[in-house]
Each structure stands twice: as C-alpha cells, then as structure tokens.
Design a protein around this ligand. Structure first.
Ligand SMILES: C[S@@+](CC[C@H](N)C(=O)[O-])C[C@H]1O[C@@H](n2cnc3c(N)ncnc32)[C@H](O)[C@@H]1O
Length: 225
C-alpha cells in the first residue's frame, strides 16, 4: 500500500529490487519526464495528439501529458460543460500505454483517471455526469493495456494487442480497432503510393473493426471484444 501510494504520486523511482532486476522497473523522475516532453512541447499541448508509452510503468509520461492537455481544455473550453467534456475525453483518448506488470496497468489507469476527475470535479461542482465518467473509464481500460511490447501480444501470448483509435467527427466519436502489429508494420500501400510531407512513403493501416460514430456520453456502451 505504501509503495502504491508513493508510485501513484510519482515520487518513487523504485518499488523493489526484485522488480528492477526482473523487469527493469525504474521509473523516470518528474524532472526528466518534463524535460523530455518539452522537446515536443507543442504536441503535448495539442489535445488530439496521440502518444504511446510502450513500457508505461504506472504512467509517468502519460500523466504529465494529460496534465498539460487539461490545462488547454480548461483554458479554451471550460465555459461550456459539453465542449469541455468532449475535448477532455479526446485528450484522455489520445493516450496509450502498454505494460507487462498487471499492477502497474491498474495504477496507470487509476492515476490518469484521478488526474481527470480532480480537474473535472473542480470545474463542475454541481453534479458528476455518470455516463461521462463511465465513458472515460471505458477509454482508459481500452487504451492502457496489459501486454508485452516486444511480442505485441498479451503477456500469455494468446492474443494480439489491439488498440482503439478514437476520432471526433462532427461532435461524435468514431472508434476503429487496430492490431498493434499492423500499426507498426510499414506495409506498402495498395494502389498508388502516397507520400508524407517528409517525402517518406505513407502507410495507411487497416482496422480490424470499425464502429459507427456515437455520442461521447455513450462510449461506455461499446460492446467489449
Ligand atoms: C524503466 S521502467 C519505465 C516506466 C515508465 N515508462 C517510466 O518512464 O517511468 C520499464 C517498465 O517497462 C515494463 N516492461 C518491461 N518489459 C516489458 C515488455 N516486454 N512489455 C511491456 N512492458 C515492459 C516494466 O514492468 C517497467 O514498468
């Protein structure tokens, strides 16, 4: 419990010597996290800019990115509850993590949830929208995954890691699921090739499943797979 508290607050870099030797678990200190994030400062302040922390521990990088994004949603959207909720949900949905130790996965989800909840409840003190809370929790469950970032599978090696992309379309949220394996493969495109701004061949991954766009408050009702 003591260890969990320390790691949740981000002020302890090591939980146990055994975990260091078994999993290389040494958390990055806040100062280094912030210095590294400052290298891509503009992206950390862009609400829908996506980040994947592939061995996320309890989320030291993801937590700081979320805090930065929430400064922006507060600044620009807190005048309207609906707008704040939508853009904050997009900020949460832009963060992805993979971690091989299950307790870290839980801690990371909890930590991001508490950062969100603290800010949300300080801005909207009257009532908490239960559907909204459930949708945020659902996204954290889908985005912060228990997995092996080397094999790109679940730790038991049974299933591929599947991430959901959440995109805002006319105020609705569309979900598309991709295997991480497919996202990382630099497959050539079928048909005429496209090129990125940097002149590299563009790669368009193929979703394994697409969902119709739905209202952001209804995301929790997506059937699990
Ligand atoms: C050096 S710590 C870094 C944690 C976090 N990214 C940070 O900077 O504070 C490495 C983390 O990777 C996890 N890990 C080790 N091997 C992994 C693998 N194959 N797939 C996913 N996570 C892994 C460990 O459990 C540990 O939490």
């Amino acid at each position: 419990m003591e260890d969990t508290k320390k790691s949740l607050s981000g002020d302890s870099q090591i939980k146990s010597k055994e975990r260091v030797s078994t999993h290389g678990e040494v958390f990055t200190a806040d100062r280094e996290v912030n210095a590294m994030l400052d290298l891509v400062k503009q992206e950390t302040e862009r609400i829908d800019s996506r980040f994947l922390e592939p061995a996320c521990g309890n989320g030291n990088f993801l937590a700081k990115i979320l805090e930065r994004k929430l400064v922006i949603t507060k600044k620009f959207y807190s005048h309207s509850r609906a707008e704040y909720e939508l853009f904050t949900l997009i900020a949460v949905a832009s963060l992805y993590g993979i971690e091989i130790q299950e307790d870290n996965v839980e801690e990371c989800r909890e930590r991001l949830y508490h950062i969100f909840l603290q800010e949300y409840s300080s801005l909207f003190t009257d009532t908490i929208n239960k559907e909204y809370i459930s949708s945020i929790q659902y996204i954290l469950k889908r985005n912060i995954l228990w997995g092996d970032a080397l094999t790109l599978q679940t730790p038991d090696g049974v299933k591929p890691i599947i991430f959901s992309e959440w995109s805002a379309i006319n105020g609705l949220i569309k979900r598309r699921d991709f295997t991480l394996d497919n996202l990382l493969k630099n497959q050539p495109m079928e048909g005429p090739n496209l090129f990125s701004d940097l002149g590299e061949e563009a790669f368009i991954p193929t979703p394994i499943k697409e969902y119709p766009p739905i209202h952001y408050l209804k995301i929790y009702s997506h059937a699990d797979n």
